[in-house]
Design a protein around this ligand. Structure first.
Ligand code: PHE
Length: 450
């Protein structure tokens, strides 16, 4: 593992390695499952546009903020707030971040397990082993949920134990290009199917009458979740980043990769929904809204793969679920890295042990959720829909009023020499001090009181 001699913390070997790892954290089920689902149930292009605005006005500034805090302090989220200010409250924001990471990971592994089990569902269905396929496809089966969650967690722990450059960086450098390749090939395949146009129309033609406060909250929550913001994942990844690198540019690439892949996933999924409908698959539920959530990915799409049939159907189905599994794995890595880095830094535990203990702890929670999947929505609401924007709000307040935007700009100067001439930076400071916290606060307050 490459280590930084002054602190003996791991560091990224290359800039590309860092960008792929951070993009890997960002690109996950949030992009390929949650984004198309939210888009489908929120009026297509109208949601897409509000989402893009949230990413640009709030997500990108907060990402730059997190990376600056991380690289300046070279610490996990709890240690980072302690290192940069004497204020006693903000380390608690780090604790909240670690907690959000643990809780999100506890249910994320289960959904990740579903994506992986569906690789086998496709294979068993093709082989005519319908009994085995239906056992694996049953989300109500706690044992199946638990086994696949365990498998996924074991993979994640193994990678984290390898360290920053030899574990995380190597694994994501391999997985991200593969993920992009599969996604592009599948999207090209779907977009040119006869009948795909209706889905493309819904996806790309905005209906602004759909824009409601709830849609704006959904878009903001989606932006935080998808960019991995608000819980210190990028503080942690930033803490392994060399002073040579340009944080602003890196944040730009990571955001671009995340948005680009979400957009592509929309191009894949929206037409697929309508193709499935054309084949007679039901895509609306009783009250006329889109079948969202697990049904979309795990019912509608497999029915379409079955319609394609034969070896082609098998290849498309297996590739799709393998793609989702890869995307999920590069995200579970970052979700586990945050609490692991906390235990390493704050409790002096060695990486291999820390990863194992934290992983086993989270796995215990996952086991409970495996048998009570109804808990997923509640945990998701508290720790991602509310928890991440709340974390983001507090990070903005910390930089704007305690650590100060000038200190963050000083940190950004490393690797970005002509930053002073850059108008973007004064704009960034205004966003972090005023615009981002005000918008996030308004949306959060509205949600909590409705
Ligand atoms: N960004 C990941 C996704 O889109 C989820 C995630 C959230 C990962 C928060 C890390 C931290 O699936």
């Amino acid at each position: 593992m490459a280590t930084n001699p002054s602190t003996s913390r791991g560091t990224w070997n290359t800039k590309l390695g860092f960008i792929l790892a951070a993009a890997g954290s960002a690109v996950g089920l949030g992009n390929i499952w949650r984004f198309p689902t939210e888009t489908a149930s929120n009026g297509g292009a109208a949601f897409l546009i509000v989402y893009l605005v949230c990413v640009l006005l709030i997500g990108l500034p907060v990402m730059i903020a997190e990376l600056s805090i991380g690289r300046s302090s070279k610490k996990n989220p709890v240690g980072a707030f302690r290192a940069l200010s004497n204020n006693k409250f903000f380390p608690l924001v780090g604790v909240w971040g670690v907690l959000c990471g643990v809780m999100i990971l506890s249910f994320y592994t289960i959904i990740a397990g579903w994506t992986f089990s569906h690789v086998f569902v496709e294979i068993f269905t093709f082989a005519g082993m319908d009994g085995a396929a239906s056992i694996l496809a049953d989300f109500g089966n706690g044992y199946v949920n638990a086994i696949f969650a365990l498998l996924f967690m074991a993979l994640t722990i193994g990678i984290i134990r390898g360290g920053v450059s030899d574990g995380i960086e190597k694994a994501t450098k391999l997985m991200m290009p593969l993920l992009i390749l599969i996604l592009v090939v599948m999207t090209l395949f779907v977009v040119f199917q006869p009948g795909a146009a209706e889905g493309l129309r819904v996806y790309l033609m905005p209906d602004f009458s759909m824009v409601t406060p709830n849609l704006v909250l959904a878009a903001l929550g989606q932006a935080f979740f998808s960019l991995s913001l608000g819980m210190g994942a990028l503080i942690t990844y930033g803490s392994y980043l060399s002073k040579k690198e340009n944080i602003v540019e890196a944040a730009g690439y990571v955001t671009l990769a995340d948005v680009g892949i979400a957009f592509l996933a929309g191009l894949l999924i929206m037409p697929t929904i309508f193709l499935a409908q054309a084949q007679g698959v039901e895509i609306y539920d009783a009250d006329g809204s889109f079948l969202a959530g697990p049904a979309l990915i795990f019912q509608i799409l497999p029915e379409l793969f079955a319609q394609i049939g034969g070896v082609l159907g098998l290849i498309v189905g297996v590739s799709f679920f393998f793609l989702l599994s890869l995307a999920a794995l590069t995200s579970t890595i970052s979700l586990l890295e945050v609490p692991t880095a906390y235990v390493i830094d704050e409790h002096g535990v060695k990486r291999k042990k820390a990863a194992l203990y934290v992983g086993l702890f989270v796995l215990t929670l996952s086991m409970i959720i495996s048998f009570n999947t109804a808990l997923i929505d509640t945990i998701d609401f508290i720790f991602s829909v509310i928890g991440l924007p709340l974390g983001g709000l507090l990070i903005c307040i910390f930089i704007g009023y305690f650590w100060k935007t000038q200190s963050a700009v000083e940190e950004m100067k490393n690797g970005f020499k002509d930053i002073k001439n850059s108008r973007l930076i004064s704009l960034w400071s205004i966003f972090i001090k005023y615009i981002c916290p005000i918008i996030i606060a308004i949306i959060l307050i509205r949600t909590i009181f409705s």
